[in-house]
Design a protein around this ligand. Structure first.
Ligand code: FE2
Length: 423
């Protein structure tokens, strides 16, 4: 007997991470994917919403695995970043964060999340600066996590922007953030005052993660210095702690500057663990290489080689209109496109891989695979894209026609339809 559905999607092209897509109908009921078949019977009662997708892609939602919502939408406050460097960005943010209020953080974060959701992002990991004595950014984002939970899954990382040991109170602020409920422990070893402090900070981060049973996501070697060596410390800690897939190394731009002999050694070590990598190509192509003359480095980690070796790599926006990056819209196809260009991943399977880095791979990084995907019985989180495959989605920066979160249609956008007017 056919049942009734809340939403029925007809003739959509269902994406699979590593197999060809297939044209199917998808039925949604009670917040879950109720049925997937090449042709579903007409239900006894019409579905509340029914769409003929005419071959558009049905994809799991985009995953934004690395962003800073606490600083989003503050570009130009109190001044613009004229040098375009990471370090001027940190200085400007240090001034801006003096005037943070809970309302300010919440308002900007929710506005950004809505902007992202309307473009198909339903899972977000945000860093929250915890090197500010009142933990306003963290408290604001933890409140937001709860306020948006009916349409967006948000993870919050306790991120010590000024270093775990950059200030005497920062270490205890980090721990306080975990007690308040941060999902992951962050770090910035390359910005600690000394190399020794950097190493010590990584050890402390792992200690806290084990003690409080949290994930790890460290801003690691986000610098052009080919001598930055904190990724090896993260790998060693991941191997020794057996935390593997619960650990993420973000940015790792120095990996792009290492000599090949050292890089190949690290690649070998990586085979003993399964840590995740997050590259942020939009921002790192602009932030890095600022002290280079010519040739200028691309400033992005070895995405292609990590992917070829089978490491989990996902992609993030990092910033949307903040002191580090005044551009950005939250569109993950923009991120995937930049990765395809900067990392020279333009082969067909490589372009598909870039798409997977903003979907399935991001879910793996966030450790949410049990609630993510298009299988029957999973929560009905999915998007419809006005494209016939991943390549076209990235090439044309396709419109996300429908966004369905937890079984509810939360946003729709009409694809542009330009008209030729000259006869
Ligand atoms: Fe970041």
């Amino acid at each position: 007997m056919s049942q009734s559905y809340d939403i029925l999607l007809r003739h959509g092209r269902l994406l699979h991470p590593n197999q060809p897509s297939e044209v199917v109908d998808v039925a949604i009921a009670d917040g879950k994917i109720a049925a997937v078949a090449s042709q579903l019977d007409q239900p006894a009662r019409p579905a509340r919403l029914e769409f003929d997708l005419q071959g558009q892609i049905i994809s799991p939602p985009f995953v934004e695995s690395h962003i800073h919502l606490d600083s989003a939408l503050t570009a130009g406050e109190p001044r613009w970043n004229q040098s375009g460097t990471l370090f001027e960005g940190i200085e400007i943010w240090r001034d801006r964060k003096q005037s943070l209020t809970l309302e300010d953080v919440k308002e900007r974060a929710i506005a950004t999340l809505k902007q992202q959701a309307m473009q198909g992002v339903l899972f977000v990991r945000s860093h929250a600066d915890v090197s500010e004595k009142n933990l306003i950014a963290l408290k604001g984002l933890l409140e937001v996590r709860d306020l948006v939970k009916d349409w967006m899954t948000l993870q919050v990382v306790a991120f010590p922007q000024d270093g775990v040991y950059g200030n005497p109170q920062n270490e205890s602020l980090m721990e306080e953030a975990l007690k308040l409920g941060a999902d992951a422990v962050g770090g910035i070893p390359h910005y600690e005052l000394t190399h020794e402090d950097g190493v010590r900070s990584v050890h402390r981060i792992f200690e806290l993660a084990e003690q409080y049973d949290r994930l790890v996501d460290i801003h690691c070697d986000e610098i052009d210095d080919d001598q930055a060596r904190f990724l090896e410390v993260v790998i060693a800690c991941a191997i020794r702690s057996s935390m593997g897939s619960r650990v993420t190394a973000s940015h790792t731009t120095a990996f792009g500057s290492y000599n090949n002999a050292y890089a190949f050694k690290l690649m070998g070590f990586l085979q003993h663990t399964c840590i995740n990598f997050i590259a942020n190509p939009l921002i790192n192509i602009t932030l890095q290489g600022r002290t280079d003359t010519y040739p200028k480095r691309r400033g992005v980690t070895r995405v292609k080689e990590l992917w070829q070796q089978g490491q989990n790599v996902s992609l993030g926006h990092d910033c949307i209109q903040d002191p580090w990056y005044s551009l950005g819209t939250g569109n993950m196809l923009n991120v995937a496109s930049m990765a395809a260009h900067v990392c020279q991943m333009t082969g067909t399977s490589e372009i598909d891989a870039c798409y997977n880095m903003v979907t399935w791979n991001g879910a793996k990084t966030l450790h949410i695979e049990d609630q993510y995907g298009l299988e029957v019985g999973k929560p009905a989180n999915l998007i419809v894209l006005d494209a016939e495959n991943r390549y076209e989605a990235i090439r044309r920066q396709a419109t996300v026609s429908y966004v369905i979160s937890q079984g509810k249609l939360i946003a729709s956008t009409e694809p542009p339809s330009p008209q030729w007017k000259l006869g």
